[in-house]
Design a protein around this ligand. Structure first.
Ligand code: ZN
Length: 474
């Protein structure tokens, strides 16, 4: 997993334009109003929102792809066109933004009791995409303000979570932001949102039935959310509370869900295990203080050992982590993510050379996974040998096939070229990563340096020229 730890890698993504639809009606309303209000509130008001914390993880993204593939097919969407993003936020939430992008909070994943609950949420969000709700509600936002907009969007998502969990400060901040949007606008958006929510529910039911899956999980998760909203009623706008939509919506959903022949269908034991491993991983990486409470040493299950191994190596105890991971590998030798974790533990423990073999094994089991390749390249570069620097460049080029907008790919490439003494290519790679990170000054400086050294018209020269042009356009 790549997350925001000191020793881990931060991988952010840039997103073009955004409009939002979120999980249940109350939150949907709050988020919708906020986004509706974009044009009416000075953008600088949002500039101080904290940066988005998007998480990248091969295992969890793989699971989301497994869940969404049949649903997207049933919805007539190309599976490659829609992407699921993980947000590091402990509150239950999910929403669609920026066209065909589904955002899902880690809090939803850790609190979902079954894979079927997660699948139900994804089906609902897919309903928003296939229903074209974003196109109708959305607005194109200037690319220049992408970072600000994402910060605002995630700020809004956090605030929506605040409504449900009764976190007063977040809600008050949000109400301050919403102040300028006007009652009429709020009502218009609310009506719109209500219609869209039931339409997304109906679509989700259709997709789940078409793929032979139960809507029971969607129902239980929405029930949980509705109860949360009611429990913290004092924090919610009175107008929202005068429309007790969640329960009405849930009653409708319940009747329709129970009519499906698949309502009582249960998740397979394999899927339940993957779900539990995902939850253990998220707990280990994101809330390590919870690990021994949730997974006491008396628990010898695979998820418990997984979580404890993560906590061990993240706190610097690689020596105790490795035997636990080796035990997991012995139990499931074909699980690429156990090999990946072993590689990460060794890499973060300061043994890049030893990390190579397990990461190669993970790569062998999942040959087209860009994130595993990035980690492998990191281990190769860590050994500081010319052979491995060459191998890292090859690996990073392969990683770029799926992760070409991840700055780390180019940062690592710059390091590898630097180790080989190829300064022009190192500068070009630095220009590339600076461009992706929005560092215009560095991007221009490095692209200009690269332009001077490469032969006019060569592919490197053209790329440096492109970077200069894109940066100037912004
Ligand atoms: Zn929705």
């Amino acid at each position: 997993m790549f997350s925001g730890s000191a020793r881990g890698m931060k991988i952010g993504r840039s997103i073009g334009w955004i409009a939002g639809v979120c999980l249940d009606c109350v939150r949907h309303f709050v988020l919708a109003v906020l986004i509706f209000a974009v044009s009416q509130v000075p953008i600088s008001a949002f500039a101080q929102q904290s940066a988005p914390k998007l998480i990248r993880d091969a295992e969890i993204e793989g699971l989301m792809r497994l869940y969404t593939k049949p649903i997207f097919q049933a919805a007539g969407l190309s599976p490659g066109a829609v992407r699921v993003y993980l947000i590091n936020d402990q509150r239950i939430n999910a929403f669609v933004a920026g066209g065909q992008r589904i955002f899902i909070n880690t809090g939803l994943l850790t609190q979902a009791k079954t894979p079927n609950e997660v699948i139900g949420v994804l089906a609902h969000e897919t309903g928003h995409i296939s229903g074209g709700h974003l196109a109708r509600m959305g607005q194109e936002i200037d690319r220049q303000s992408t970072t600000v907009i994402i910060g605002m969007l995630l700020g809004a998502a956090a605030m929506a979570g605040g409504v449900a969990t009764g976190e007063g400060d977040a809600v008050r901040a949000g109400q301050g932001i919403m102040g300028g949007s006007g009652t009429l606008a709020q009502r218009l958006v609310l009506n719109y949102a209500r219609a869209m929510e039931s339409s997304a529910d109906q679509a989700a039911l259709k997709f789940l039935t078409a793929t032979g899956q139960s809507a029971a999980g969607m129902l239980t998760l929405f029930q949980k959310l509705a109860n949360q909203a009611i429990a913290s009623a004092q924090f919610v706008d009175p107008y929202v509370m005068s429309h007790p939509m969640p329960f009405e919506r849930i009653r409708n959903l319940e009747v329709a869900a129970k009519a499906s022949p698949y309502f009582n269908k249960k998740d397979s034991p394999e899927l339940v295990m993957r779900h539990q491993l995902m939850q253990a991983k998220l707990t280990g990486f994101l809330t390590p203080h919870m690990v021994y409470q949730r997974y006491p040493t008396s628990d010898s299950s695979m998820p418990a050992r997984y979580a404890r191994a993560i906590v061990a190596f993240r706190s610097g105890d690689t020596r105790n982590a490795i035997p636990i991971i080796d035990g997991l590998i012995a139990d499931l030798p074909k699980n690429p993510y156990f090999w990946e974790l072993k590689g990460q533990a060794l890499l973060e423990g300061g043994s890049p050379g030893n990390a190579i073999a397990p990461l190669r094994q993970a790569e062998k089991l999942l040959p087209s996974n860009g994130l595993i390749k990035i980690m492998l390249a990191q281990a190769l570069i860590g050994t500081e040998t010319p052979e491995n620097a060459q191998a890292a460049i090859k690996t990073l080029r392969e990683a770029a096939k799926t992760e070409n907008d991840v700055p780390s790919v180019y940062k690592l490439m710059a390091m590898a070229y630097g180790q080989l003494g190829d300064i022009p290519r190192a500068e070009l790679a630095t220009a590339e990563s600076a461009y992706l990170q929005g560092d215009r000054k560095l991007a221009v400086e490095k692209a200009q340096a690269a332009l001077k050294t490469f032969k006019r018209g060569s592919s490197e020269w053209l790329r440096a020229n492109d970077i200069l042009n894109y940066t100037r356009k912004k």
